[in-house]
Design a protein around this ligand. Structure first.
Ligand SMILES: *Cc1c(COP(=O)(O)O)cnc(C)c1O
Length: 409
């Protein structure tokens, strides 16, 4: 490697923005006073500390609601993150409507927070239909239409996938759900702040999101719950003081809530420019890799994807070996959320990729502070390493798989 290329770069280079993002210093600064002189419990109704806290929470609620096109701040229920919001949406709706609607519909490519909540509900006696996706990772809205029955209560489809970045056709799904009187939930953890999201235009009734994917603090998220037409009931997961209209008991974290709203507003303030900038870097990375290497393919949809997402399979290479050799770059082969399991990615498998191609796949997540110089450097290093690993592999290891699809198609 040419040492001159390293001049001006800061290592390690972070390309794992789907796993989490750093808190923007402007967000941290906005939060700071709420740890100290402006602290307070928003439920303390008898003094200025409580009143001030409540005012700050209500203002944040309004800003977050506005950010997703919701009519009313009261439709925002604060949670600890997206996992909790997903659990609250799925279990809360299923249990509240169980007497006449005990069927849920979701996709094979959903986040474990949704799929494992569904598995837990199946143990309670609910029925769950888990729909397949096409080779790009997209669901056919007609499959959802056909899966809806008289006892279907909820459809849950994520807005943007955390591994392949594919953007699902929310608006079409929302229309179908509305027509059939079925509630529509979307996990939008990867989408809010990156692409425009409007719960009214999309016909979304419940939406999960969190701050740490959009340059806000970790440990805070929210579930949007539509308040009118229809008014939605939810069986709470936590019982206690009845905060958040009874949907989620527990004292609110004032600094995290203030930081969440600040982070979302910063994202929306530069959404178009920033997504164009990040997408240009992503396209540059893909172009460089294609110029420098043969036998690679992009996983997911070529253009219906998050601006900062690229998922690439390098034939004949184990992604984990690649990551281990690429010490100066923070990268992941799939979802950090299921990294405890050595299994090949469920998402890539759902696209029809063989296990060998899944294990040859790297996920790039570009974000706010990545630069062109970083991307040029990473591309150059990757090309050299892939060539090196392929060379080694030819000395007796299994050859590169010849086709991305497995025999089942
Ligand atoms: C990160 C992520 C989650 C989990 O969010 P936490 O805040 O870590 O609980 C859920 N769904 C998607 C799509 C994600 O990207």
């Amino acid at each position: 490697m040419d040492p001159k290329l390293r001049v001006g770069l800061k290592f390690p280079i972070y390309l794992d923005h789907h796993a989490t993002t750093p808190t923007d210093p402007r967000v941290a600064a906005a939060m700071e006073p709420y740890f100290t002189e402006r602290f307070g419990n928003a439920a303390s109704a008898s003094h200025i500390f409580g009143w001030r806290a409540e005012a700050a929470v209500e203002e944040a609620r309004e800003r977050l609601a506005a950010a997703i096109g919701a009519a009313d701040g009261r439709e925002i229920v604060f949670t600890s993150g997206t996992t909790e919001a997903d659990n609250l949406a799925l279990k809360g709706i299923a249990r509240a409507y169980r007497s006449h609607r005990d069927h849920l519909i979701t996709l094979k490519t959903e986040h474990p927070a949704v799929l494992e909540s569904c598995a837990a509900l199946e143990k309670e006696g609910f029925r769950v239909t888990v729909l397949a996706v096409d080779r790009f990772g997209l669901v056919d809205p007609d499959d959802i239409r056909r899966a809806i029955g008289a006892r279907t209560g909820l459809v849950s489809v994520m807005a943007a996938n955390s591994e392949i970045g594919v953007l699902q056709p929310l608006e079409a799904i929302g229309r179908i759900c509305r027509d059939r009187g079925v509630l529509f939930h979307t996990d939008a953890a990867q989408a809010v702040g990156k692409i425009p999201i409007d719960v009214e235009a999309l016909g979304v009734d419940l939406l999960s999101m969190c701050a740490h994917k959009l340059y806000g603090p970790p440990g805070i998220g929210a579930l949007y719950v539509r308040n009118r037409r229809p008014q939605i009931r939810i069986e709470p997961l936590f019982h206690g003081g009845g905060q958040e209209r009874g949907f989620r008991s527990g004292s609110l974290s004032l600094p995290l809530i203030v930081g969440f709203a600040e982070a979302v507003d910063l994202c929306l303030g530069s959404l178009e420019e920033e997504s164009a900038r990040v997408q240009e870097l992503r396209d540059l990375l893909w172009a460089r890799l294609r110029e420098g290497l043969e036998d690679l393919q992009q996983n997911g949809h070529p253009d219906r994807r998050l601006p900062g997402n690229l998922n690439v399979a390098f034939a004949g290479v184990e992604a984990d070996a690649l990551i281990a050799s690429l010490r100066d770059v923070a990268l992941s082969s799939g979802s950090a959320c299921s990294s405890a399991s050595p299994e090949p990615s469920r998402v890539l498998r759902a696209l029809g990729l063989s296990d060998a191609w899944s294990r040859a796949s790297l996920r790039f997540g570009l974000g706010r502070w990545n630069t062109r110089e970083e991307i040029e450097w990473v591309a150059e290093r990757l090309i050299a390493l892939v060539r090196e690993l392929r060379e080694k592999g030819r000395g007796g290891g299994p050859g590169p798989p010849s086709s991305p699809s497995n025999s089942k198609g």
